[in-house]
Design a protein around this ligand. Structure first.
Ligand code: NAP
Ligand code: G4F
Length: 339
């Protein structure tokens, strides 16, 4: 039975990945950082909490990382732990770098010094393309990061490549474009939209404040993307792969699709800071632009060329953005109705 360690187990991707690996017969170890209470809601939601072994690991502490790895001696490591919210990385650049970059040094060094024979997956990101130098973006597009988050992830991405080449580690980086789901964190724009609009509909909650509505993203479905993480580590050799849908939608379009699913008939009025979204049925304001949610510098266009994953891993995305918006909106309505 292969032993697999997942860092960031309590996050969106950690939970879906744990479910896939348990189904495949792996002995799964889930690494969590210490907290006053264990964050296990998502693991419960996907029904794997009692099927995995939890351990405490602080990825920023080398000695702790080495101890955990030497106790488990995993065959596979999926490093998903990160300060993953781009907007917060402008407020916590040191912390973001400690977790997202120094944490990766700790893992790679521990694997090297313990001489572990294991395969490593690093969660790289389309944010590394930043102010994009090519459309769509592929594995050969130069990086041009625009946030402390993206800089920290690019440093980690480069280090993984370096350890692969210098020490022959089986270390693969998945350059994943945005992926969303019913388990997405509430601070990310898709889930912020679906969870908030459900409250506006059911509880007459105040309207939804948003930042840049014209930002373009290539949104895929997290359960599918975590399957791709497994495919990448099962591949014959370590490499970098873009995982994306090669489609594009604006935040405004996502808002419109989610609003329709929730039962509104959205219309937009005004431009820039004055842009507002109303329900055509009764003229009620449902969303508006608030500059508080603008970023110091924002990535305004991401769209991934997934042909390498298609050719080498034999994969095509099935769930695209309109369906994701419908699924997430329906889930949030149902969640609130249950309450
Ligand atoms: P997420 O929901 O924010 O989960 C992040 C995980 O990292 C959580 O389990 C979190 O633990 C953990 N973590 C944070 N700081 C830590 C620390 N100091 N020590 C140990 N663990 C720590 O993120 P996600 O969406 O699942 O993404 C998974 C990974 O893929 C991340 O590395 C992210 O940067 C990357 N990525 C995500 C996307 C996307 O669109 N979702 C795209 C590209 C790359 P707590 O629960 O305790 O906070
Ligand atoms: O949903 P977001 O916060 O995701 P972002 O910044 O693209 O980062 C996510 O995807 C990355 C992959 O490219 C991951 F690496 C990262 O960990 C994370 O999962 O913002 C998406 C876009 C941005 O352009 C933002 O400015 O939506 C825009 N936006 C507009 N209004 C907003 C809001 N974003 C948030 N979070 N909240 C708003 O009110």
């Amino acid at each position: 039975m292969p032993k697999t360690l997942i860092t960031g187990i309590s996050g969106q991707d950690g939970s879906y990945l744990a479910r896939i690996l348990v189904e495949r017969g792996h002995e799964v170890y889930g690494a969590m950082r210490r907290g006053s209470t264990a964050k296990t809601d998502r693991l419960q939601e996907v029904n794997v909490l009692d099927k995995i072994q939890m351990c405490t690991m602080e990825i920023t502490e080398y000695a702790n990382v080495q101890t955990v790895l030497s106790d488990i001696r995993p065959d596979y490591i999926y490093n998903l732990a990160a300060q993953s919210f781009v907007a917060d990385s402008f407020h916590f650049p040191h912390y973001t770098s400690d977790v997202n970059y120094m944490g990766v040094i700790n893992l790679l060094e521990a694997v090297r010094l313990l001489k572990l024979d294991c395969r490593i997956y690093q969660a790289s990101t389309s944010e590394m393309y930043g102010d994009v130098l090519e459309k769509p973006q592929s594995e050969t597009t130069p990086f041009n990061p625009m946030s402390p988050y993206a800089v920290s992830k690019l440093a980690a991405h480069s280090l993984v490549k370096n350890y692969r080449e210098a020490y022959g580690l089986f270390a693969t980086s998945g350059i994943l474009f945005n992926h969303e789901s019913e388990l997405r964190g509430l601070e990310f724009v898709t889930r912020k939209i679906t969870s908030w609009l459900a409250k506006v509909k059911l509880f007459n909650h105040e309207p939804l404040p948003l930042g840049n509505l014209s930002s373009v993203r290539d949104w895929g479905y997290a359960p599918e993307y975590t399957e791709m993480m497994v495919k990448m580590l099962d591949h014959e050799r370590p490499d970098d792969f873009v995982i994306s849908t090669n489609t594009e939608y604006t935040v405004r379009e996502f808002l419109e699709m989610a609003a329709r699913e929730i039962g509104f008939d959205p219309v937009f009025e005004g431009e820039g800071l004055k842009e507002k979204c109303y329900d055509k049925k009764d003229g009620k304001l449902i969303a508006y632009v608030n500059p508080k949610y603008y970023r110091a510098s924002d990535v305004v266009y991401l769209r991934g060329d997934n042909s390498k994953a298609l050719n080498e891993l034999g994969w095509q995305p099935k769930v695209l953005t309109p369906e994701i918006a419908r699924k997430m909106a329906a889930y949030d309505l149902q969640l609130l109705n249950r309450k």
